[in-house]
Design a protein. Sequence first.
Length: 434
Amino acid sequence: MKISVIGTGYVGLVTGTCLAETGNEVVCVDIDEEKIKKMSSGEVPIYEPHLDVLFERNIKANRLQFSTSLEEGLNHGEIIFLALPTPDNGSGAADLSFVLEVADQIGKLITEYKVIVDKSTVPVGTTEKVREVIEKHSGCKFDVVSNPEFLREGFAVDDFLKPERIVIGSSSEKATELMRKLYKPFVRSGNPIIVMDEKSAELTKYAANAFLATRITFMNEIANYCEKVGADVDKVRIGIGTDSRIGKRFLFPGIGYGGSCFPKDVKALHNSGKEVSYDFEILDAVIRVNKNQKQALLPKINKYFQGDLKGKTFAIWGLAFKPETDDIREAPSIEIINNLLDEGSKINAFDPEAMTNVKNKLGDKINFASSMYDALQDADALIICTEWSIFRTPDFNKIRNKLVNNVIFDGRNLYDIQDIEKEQITYFSIGRKD
Ligand code: UGA
């Protein structure tokens, strides 16, 4: 099939590349000329495991092409994916201006039947709005469907190629059939293509992210309570996770959720509620608890150093909001670093992928180490912010030799308490015995 993807951010790029992988002819459109030039020469603009291999293969096979011309993109595809940004508009709601501007252009430019697919995370009712905007100008037939994406950064290629489900919000049989045909190769395992009305599809995306964020936040509160009463949150996690109604995944406590999705989507859903006079009380609490959770290590650090953080040097392992990505949006590490800098501390940071992004954000306010062990040199303590695999089985001798004080503040509960006790390292984590 001929597919166009408008917007080559993280979602657009993964969508375009993976759709090319099953033999479709894909044109990806973006207004950023520099980016298009780089991608045309085979350069992947984001760090996402396995994307580079697929990218190269499909460019070579001429199935994946790039353009800065929206008109070219619209002429090419029978299915047009909108993968445009929907950032926070400053008051917690999703800014739809990118989506609606492109819809306006679509209305002016299409000359034959197209299926317009909303892949961006958009508030309930946006598919309808997009349809209205296109209708204003367009004389030809078209359909607009909602097809939210559930990709996780770091696992996006796998999630796209083997989705647990595909959700399609559509009121047109013709469009639904085209979408089914497009996704058929991806659901050979038997996982479902779920077709529903557009509004329910749009809400499914928000509800999924808000539910997961709530689940994590609930566990973070249980962890905080564990610390007060001397229980161990890891044991509680295993204890409840074996109940199949609860399940084992996404119960890991830590220093809060971050990234480009959960924080934005929880706020946007909370905000959409207000627009129809519905107060999402639970989401209000999730937002507040998560904000505090990002600071959860600070009282422990302060207590250990008796409030005297001035001139202390902290090694930070992990800057990305989670492993397998270079994304630092809403990353707890940034909050912790800024707090410590305010206290007059120095920072030696290491992350396998995210250091360039942090350098762009914080400049020379902190030092960047060339390895995880270099970051420890003469540091007073180690703080772990991201659970990269490389941090899970470190050489504790090196840690002891390099740190001034043998103390680790772990925001991701990487080590077993019994193991770390043997290493004679003072260890603070989340929701467990210090
Ligand atoms: C999330 C969803 O998981 C995807 O399904 C969705 O498509 C995506 O948002 C999106 O809307 O685009 P992502 O933000 O890439 O994906 O990352 P997750 O793996 O979901 O992690 C989100 C945050 O939750 C991270 O900060 C992570 O550290 C935290 N987390 C996750 C926990 O604190 N505990 C857990 O048990 C799991």
